[in-house]
Structure formats: structure tokens, C-alpha cells
Design a protein around this ligand. Sequence first.
Ligand code: CO8
Length: 372
Amino acid sequence: ENVVISGVGLWTPQHVITNEELVASYNAYADKYNEENAADIEAGTLTAKPHSSAEFIEKASGIKQRYIYCKEGALDVNRMRPDIAERGDDELSQQAEIALEAAKKALAAANKSPEDIDAVIVSCAYTQRSYPAIAIEVQNQLGIKGFGFDMLVACSAATFGMHRAWEMVASGNARAVLVINPELVSPQVNYTDRDSHFIFGDVATATVLESAETATSAHQFEILSTKAVTQFSNNIRSNFGYMSRATDADPYGEDKLFHQAGRKVFKEVCPMAASHIEDHLTKHDLKPENVRRWWLHQANINMNLLIAKRLLGRDATADEAPIVLDRYANTASAGSVIAFALHHQDLSAGDVGVLCSFGAGYSIGSLVIKKR
Ligand code: CO8
């Protein structure tokens, strides 16, 4: 059975943090930290916190700003993390709230109503609780029958989620599947660490995958095939988890937040991603020059430029490989889906595109798709 992506939805938080705001807050925090710990820094038992810079951030990453679900607290030098009120069991969870925003947009774009959907997958880098699944909460809110589940694949959560939806529809086990990526990552960002404080932003994306036979939307992309690979690496890691209570580990320890060896990631992931994409295209007797659009993972502009250059043998234009991380920063698994959401309506029937994620795990996931 031919499967299409028949709709995509993008929810963007209303709060923005510019590089300048972020750096002013971090530098004030660093000054305070250095002053309070002057004796230990002088004695050499503690390292002084160096200043961050907006110029460095833009040059090293291409990021100019990021969106955040709750700005309150994140820039407060006495807090340095968002200040989000806990909700009761009878209230909608924050992650389900943003998932619903994107899901409704995807359903509208796909021209589908909840009765048409047989499964809901919430796939992202973190879920705010273990159970009941956020997907089941969303399913309940929308009044969808069938089933829902959560899955975590860090950077490749969105593509791997779409892979599972493709399998469900292709096998005839579901008519249509809603895949949602509520990337509410700001609570996991260490705003006191200059190496990583600038990297991430919050967003939610969603897609509807269904049989080509039932699709009626204006913009449909047939999935020619999917391809995934994982290879274990500690270079991007978060040790946050349910075991902390038993191990007596500090639940707020720095290793419980996102941390990485960014240089190593860059060196190792770029060649992996380029050869993965090349192999995937070869399966369809396609060459990189046959690809009209590249919706690539959005972690770092230099990574995308390098991967596109390896594939094409020249620089890709912004029209060929759109960049959204200047506005959105790295949004974990949602980056390639944001690029798709903002840059797909201009393609013509028969145009081929590649949607590809790469990052933590390591994990790489791609879909070769064709405009109908
Ligand atoms: N301001 C000023 N200077 C800085 C700053 C800063 N903010 N940060 C670092 N520097 C300094 C460094 O200390 C270093 O100084 P020195 O040379 O004296 O040691 C110098 O600047 C250069 O630093 P780097 O070598 O680290 O700089 P790079 O040019 O390599 O850029 C990057 C750093 C941007 C991190 C780059 O290496 C990169 O992007 N790598 C790839 C990273 C990547 O893709 N990671 C994947 C992220 S994970 C993901 O996508 C999803 C995970 C799950 C979600 C998590 C949500 C929280």
C-alpha cells in the first residue's frame, strides 16, 4: 500500500530569547558565581566561569534566537531554569498541551478529523512522565479511537516515529497515524554552561501519515522508503532518569542535563549522515543532484553545509536545503520537520525530497519522499 505524508503542523511558542538576552543573563550569572567562589577559584580548587558571546554563538552554530515555552526563570541569575508550575493529575500536562496545538494543525492540513485516525505516536527526546503515555492523553483529548504510545529516540525521534507510522499504514494495520513531536526541551538545558546554553529551543511538530487511497489534502508526499541506523555513543548524553532516587544521585547534577562533546559529534556524525543519505538514495537509483529539497536535521548550520557539500560536491542553496535553526535553534528531533512544514508547498508533482535527522544515540533516520 502506498503511504503519504498528507499533513504537517507546526506550533511555535510565543516567547523568544535572543542570543544577546541569553548571553547577558549567563554572563551576569558567571560574574556572580566567580565572585561568590573567589577564594576557591584563587586556590585553584574551582574553575572560574568564562564569559559567553553572541558572536561566538552565531558563528559556531548559526543560531540567532530560540523559542521557549516558559521564559520566566530561565534568564534569572538566581534560578537559571524555566519556572513552570506543576499541574495536577486532573489537568492537561504541558507536553500534551503543546502536542495538541501541533496535532490540530496537522489534522487540518491533512483534511482529516479524529475519526479518521487509528493511532497516535508521541515521539520526542523527553517525556514529562513515564505513564500514562502523553500519546494516550492526546488521543483522549482529541477523541481518537484505537491506540497511542510514546517513544524516545532523541534527535531521531520524529523520523523514527514516522517510520513506525509508515509501517502501520503500509501493513494495513492503521488507516491513518498521527505522529507528534512535542519538544519541550528547555527544562533539560543547562543555562549555566556556556558550551551548551545556547543550543536548544522549544517547539512542537506533527504529521499525518495515511494511505494514498484515502488522502485528499492539497500537499501530499509519497514515502518511497525509510532508512534508519543507530550506533552507540556517549558523546551526547543525559543521565536524567528514574533511577536517581535509588542511587541517591543528585537529581540536579550537571550530568543529569544535556551535555556533549560537540567537536567529536560534529566529526563523527557528518560523514555518517552523508553516507547514510547517499546509500538511501542509491536504493531508488537516485543521485543527490536528483533531490529537489533537503529537509535536514537542524543542530548546527556548519554541519548542514558540510553534509550538503559532501553529497552535492558544491554548496547547497537555501532553496535546496533550507535552514530554520537561525530562528528556532536546535529543537531536538523536530528540526527537519519544521524545515518540511515551512518549505514544502512550492514543490511540483514528481519532485523528490529527503527528510533526515542525525544526532544523539547516535541515531540517523531518513525518508525519501515524492510530491504527488
Ligand atoms: N561563548 C564563547 N566562547 C565559547 C562558547 C560560548 N558560548 N562556548 C564555547 N566557547 C569556546 C570554547 O570553550 C572553545 O575555547 P578554546 O578554544 O579556548 O577551548 C572555543 O570557544 C571553541 O569551542 P568549540 O571547539 O566547542 O566550538 P565549535 O566550533 O566546535 O562549536 C558546537 C561548538 C556549536 C557545539 C559545535 O561543536 C557543534 O554544533 N557540534 C555538533 C553538535 C551537535 O549536533 N550536537 C547534537 C546535539 S543533540 C541533539 O540534537 C538532540 C539531543 C536531545 C535534546 C536535548 C535537549 C536539551
